[in-house]
Ligand binder design. Sequence first.
Ligand code: ATP
Ligand code: MG
Length: 224
Amino acid sequence: MKIKRLAIHGFKSFVDKTTFSFPSGASAVLGPNGCGKSNIVDAIRWVLGEQNARHLRGKDMHDVIFNGSEARKPLGMAEVVLTFGNDEGLAPARFANFTEIEIARRLYRSGESEYFINKVPSRLRDIVDLFTDTGIGTRAYSIIEQGQVGWLINAKPEERRNIFEEAAGINKFKPKKDAARRRLDSAKENLVRISDIVGEVKRQLNSLNRQAKRPRGTRRCATN
Ligand code: ATP
Ligand code: MG
């Protein structure tokens, strides 16, 4: 899925609603220092569900709401809407009939927060699930900022492996693998318990066999 549009309103320095279009091919955002270039990346990260304000260069999540300037009063809500094109039908099956997928996030100063997928109120989980294994995600390899290229090169092999696995689209199978492994472990424990019981019953059987083989007369004598 490709990003088609990004609409930002009340988020960081974007006090008025601003829409960016991303035609096919590469797009670049140019501008002087402090004009809001990184805020655009923050907006994308945020709408994808980022929960850590520090990853958005703030202390508190409310820091993303436009907090006023000399000429403008602070706003009460931040909203970001990110639109993906689904022309190639790469979205999950339930979105097959949509040519566009639009995810939106809102945060009010009151603390209330909302997520939408194609204008339908949704949970954060739905948004995370939508992007599992697409490589799009708050922590995914798709957002590579200054400094991260260096991190990638110097990363530990396991960290680099995570990135490759996400790109290869096998992440969604990992929880299933873990669940199967847990079931196998529990089946193994049951087997050990059963073989203990079998051992115990065998011991009892042997002892009963020994008792049964004792000459009957001996027993009669003994009891008489
Ligand atoms: P550079 O080229 O230096 O990296 P940049 O274009 O990436 O700059 P940003 O970091 O995106 O700039 O934007 C910084 C600006 O955003 C600052 O002027 C800051 O005051 C403003 N800003 C950040 N959060 C808010 C907010 N909540 N309300 C209003 N303005 C904000
Ligand atoms: Mg910047």
